[in-house]
Design a protein around this ligand. Sequence first.
Ligand SMILES: [Zn+2]
Length: 330
Amino acid sequence: MDAGPDASANLFDEAGVIVADMSCRRCGYNLRGLHRDHRCPECGTPVGLSVHGELIRFAEPGWAEKVALGFQYMIWGLLISVGVTLAGCCFRRIAGGDSVIVHLVTLAAAAVSLYGVWLMTAPDPSRFGRDTDLTARKITRYALLAGLFALVLRLLTSGLPGVSAAFLGIVLFVAVILSVADVVGQVAKYLYLSRLAERIPHAGLAGRARFLCWAIGITDALGTVALLALAIIVVTSPGTSLTARLGLPGAAAPPTTSAPAASLPALPPVSNLVIAGGILIGLISIARIVFGVVAFQLLIALGRQFREQARIARDTWAAAETGERNRSQT
Ligand SMILES: [Zn+2]
């Protein structure tokens, strides 16, 4: 198969045989004298993987398929969470409160997304100890897990009526810390997505992922600052429950990074602050929706590219096997 123009051009002679010292990625065997379509005689790894292993189409097919499946789960998680957010808004209008089912489906959507991220960040076995993306992968996984806990915490506290402001303040501060972890996770995720796009290689998609890394990182960070401000307001007003503070009947609304303090009453000392905060949160929410649409398109495009590259990788490995068989027959 055509490997494309790259630095390995002078590694082969015209017949495609390796003419320089080149060790097998997996076992270190010297592949000099072997054809590019053959396998390492020691461990069976295709020669192409050792030469162009950075490219997905030479990577291990099973891993590439796992990443492609991860994109699908991430897309489904996003679709379900958008659907349940819309359904939740309608439900609140009709029933005037939050439904347990809406909360459960929100959690399920987050779990589906996280499972997708888990598959997408699976370690590439064909990198054999040269995993340069280890940090981005690990941070993505565990920070987004923290994000899931933040969501659980928000949903749990949303149904608690009449708890003290101090208790809610503590809960809010924990939510802020978990949200910070979530922001870091989002940044790491888009950074890793850009690295994966570079390995297709697809400069356009890599650029879009890097843009989202900044765009979503900044908007989510601002949302976390808004949440922190809300937590400070709640804690610095002793004797008032959050429920009363927010002027809500019954249960206190959970502060979310998308639209936290929109329902804050215009209290005299902080009214200007609250109005400014409300406008800021509105702008953040709009920006977040726009970036969310861009991210959704990116996931669909990357998913399609990865399915294609995984299929080519499958063919590459099968072809290398045939080459090996042909060689042993001659
Ligand atoms: Zn080998």
